[in-house]
Ligand binder design. Structure first.
Ligand SMILES: [Zn+2]
Length: 286
């Protein structure tokens, strides 16, 4: 079916009380693995394409492969730019058939972030493309190396509810990524979430919230966050770790061909995505 935008998918999730996973893809195997899982469980899905993956695979090839899979699938699929950082890239993604873009201006002071995000919203909404914005610092690769700061220092960089209210009102974004304790690239499920802060942010805005870095999020915390307005959960690191391990193991065995080894990598991606779909309760919602 034709791709759908983020707003449509998340509005349906709000109405029917589930959330939708955004899974980062980097090549054909990742796209195949994610889409196979979504098809088999009949779940809506968000394909995330981040700038690091664009640097690796090239925007045109990655967009083309994703679009072919999305359009031949029976499930609603969002093709989403993850952490877009400049207006030219956003324009190119829209031209190539993305249905949603994230503009991440979180490294700028809030006034500048608002100004830049508002410009993206104007361009995107004209084409029926939805926009995710971000305020606050989700650690990992953004602005700050979380290795060197204390919990208290990290908390000062969490999203403030008053900033969230102002940002949403002044930009018109469709979804808001918030920083309340998840961290990009965290391999273990042990992120410490500030649910009080999340509750305040959810009370201050009326659009769906987004968690990044959800490989590090405990299953029970997915449920709690879903109850506090988080409707999009980004999962990237887990897929990379499990794909690499499966591929390594398969390649070490001499009997397996390269194709068979790659297929094993695809199968573990599919299994990991299915596992998250069950946690998000989005199965049979396509
Ligand atoms: Zn992210």
């Amino acid at each position: 079916m034709p791709t759908v935008n983020l707003k449509e998918v998340l509005n349906k999730a709000i109405k029917n009380d589930y959330a939708v996973g955004a899974f980062n893809v980097h090549n054909l195997e990742f796209v195949e693995g994610v889409m196979r899982a979504a098809e088999e469980l009949s779940s809506p899905v968000i394909i995330g394409i981040a700038t690091v993956s664009i640097d690796y695979a090239g925007l045109e090839p990655l967009a083309a492969v994703t679009k072919i899979y999305a359009e031949k699938s029976k499930v609603p699929t969002v093709i989403h730019l993850d952490h877009g950082d400049d207006i030219e890239l956003v324009r190119r993604c829209i031209q190539l058939g993305f249905s949603s873009v994230m503009y991440d201006g979180s490294k700028y002071p809030i006034g500048e972030n608002i100004k830049r995000t508002r410009e993206i919203v104007k361009i995107a909404h004209d084409e029926n493309i939805s926009v995710e914005g971000e305020i606050g610092v989700v650690g990992g690769f953004e602005a700050l190396d979380v290795g060197d700061v204390s919990n208290e220092q990290l908390q000062e960089l969490y999203t403030q509810s008053e900033d969230a209210r102002r940002f949403v009102a002044e930009t018109g974004v469709d979804a808001l990524a918030v920083a309340v304790g998840t961290v990009h690239g965290m391999p273990m499920q042990n992120a410490k979430i500030d649910f009080q802060r999340l509750k305040e942010i959810n009370a201050a805005v009326d659009i769906p919230l987004v968690f990044h870095g959800c490989t590090g999020l405990r299953n029970e915390d997915y449920q709690k966050a879903m109850g506090l307005g988080v409707k999009k959960f980004n999962v990237g690191t887990r897929l990379m770790i499990e794909f690499k391990q499966a591929l390594q193991k398969a390649l070490e065995s001499d009997e397996k061909s390269l194709f068979a080894s790659l297929q094993e990598g695809t199968a573990v991606i599919s299994a990991a995505v299915k596992d998250r779909i069950m946690v998000l309760k989005s199965a049979d919602q396509a």
